[in-house]
Write a protein that binds this ligand. Structure first.
Ligand code: CP
Length: 276
C-alpha cells in the first residue's frame, strides 16, 4: 500500500534500457506512476538504434522531448555518466546499472530492506558472496556501506573475483571459504553468478565454483539464526543459492523488489527538488 504523493506537477520519466531488466525497469515505471508522472519506455529493440544511431545521438534526440528524467541501463561502464555530461543540463540522469560499474538504486533497495529489519548497522556483520569483481551491485553496496558503517563486511569469493580497488578504510575481511565467511553474519547478500564474465576469470569450472560458494541450507546454518538473505535477482537457482532458500523464511529476496519501488519513488521525488 504505497501512498500516492499529492499534487505534484506531472513530469515524465523515460526508461532507456539497452540491457534486459525486469525489476529495475518495472520498479521505475511503477514508482513514476505512483508519483503521478508519465512514463515513456524507450523501445530500444525497435528504435533507430537498430539503424545504427549512436548512443550520443539517441540521448541528444531524447533531450529535445519533454522528459524530466532518464533512467539508463547500459552494458558499458560510465554510460550514465556520459549521458549526464552530454544532456544533464536538460534532463535528470539516473544510473539504472552500467556495465560492471555501479547499480546505485539496487544498492539503495538492498540497504532499505536491511533497515526494515530494524537492525543497527553499528553492530552488524554483512557478507557479500559471489563475483564481487564483476558485480555493479556489490560495488554500489560497498559505497553505501562506507556511509552506513557496519561493524564488519565479509567478502566471500575466490581471490580471483575480488576487486583490487576496494576502499581500505572499510572494515573488510576476505574469505575464500564460504563456511568461515558466514560465521556470525547478520545479513547475507548473495550475488548473481555472471556466468559469461566469470568463465573468463575463474581458474575453476562454474560447477566447482558453485560447489564451493553456493549458499545451501547447511551453509546458512553457520550464520546467525536470525540472518537474512538478500539477492538482487534474477536468481540462478542452485548455482549461487539453493532453490529451497530462495523463498525460505530468512529470505527477503521478494521483499527487496517491493522496497525497490519505494526507493525509486524517493529518487524521483528528491530529484524533483523535494526533500524526504
Ligand atoms: N536487480 C536487477 O537489476 O534486476 P533486473 O535486471 O531485473 O532489473
Amino acid at each position: 500500500n504505497m501512498p500516492k504523493a499529492p499534487s505534484l506537477p506531472p513530469k515524465t520519466l523515460a526508461n532507456l534500457f539497452f540491457e534486459p531488466s525486469t525489476r529495475t525497469r518495472c520498479a521505475f515505471e511503477c514508482a513514476a506512476t505512483q508519483l503521478g508522472w508519465h512514463t515513456l519506455n524507450f523501445p530500444v529493440d525497435t528504435s533507430a538504434a537498430l539503424k545504427g544511431e549512436s548512443y550520443e545521438d539517441t540521448l541528444l534526440t531524447l533531450a529535445q522531448m519533454p522528459i524530466d528524467a532518464l533512467a539508463i541501463r547500459h552494458s558499458e561502464n560510465h554510460a550514465a555518466q556520459r549521458a549526464a555530461e552530454l544532456i544533464g543540463d536538460k534532463v535528470h540522469i539516473i544510473n539504472a546499472g552500467d556495465g560492471t560499474n555501479e547499480h546505485p538504486t539496487q544498492s539503495l533497495t538492498n540497504m532499505t530492506a536491511i533497515l526494515e529489519e530494524g537492525l543497527d548497522y553499528k553492530h552488524m556483520t554483512i557478507a557479500i558472496v559471489g563475483d564481487i569483481e564483476h558485480s555493479r551491485v556489490a560495488r554500489s553496496d560497498l559505497h553505501a556501506l562506507g556511509i552506513l558503517a557496519p561493524k564488519a563486511i565479509h567478502l566471500i569469493c575466490p581471490k580471483k573475483l575480488l576487486p583490487d580497488d576496494i576502499d581500505p578504510s572499510l572494515p573488510i575481511t576476505h574469505f575464500d571459504n564460504l563456511a568461515k565467511g558466514l560465521e556470525n553474519v547478520d545479513v547475507i547478500l548473495v550475488l548473481r553468478m555472471q556466468k559469461e564474465r566469470m568463465r573468463d576469470t575463474l581458474l575453476m569450472s562454474l560447477e566447482d565454483y558453485s560447489q564451493d560458494f553456493c549458499l545451501t541450507p547447511e551453509a546458512l546454518a553457520i550464520a546467525k539464526p536470525s540472518a537474512i538473505i538478500l539477492h538482487p535477482g534474477p536468481v540462478n537457482h542452485d548455482f549461487e543459492i539453493s532453490s529451497s532458500l530462495v523463498h525460505c523464511p530468512q529470505s527477503r529476496i521478494l521483499h527487496q523488489v517491493h522496497c525497490g519501488v519505494a526507493v525509486r519513488m524517493a529518487v524521483l521525488y528528491t530529484l524533483s527538488g523535494n526533500t524526504l
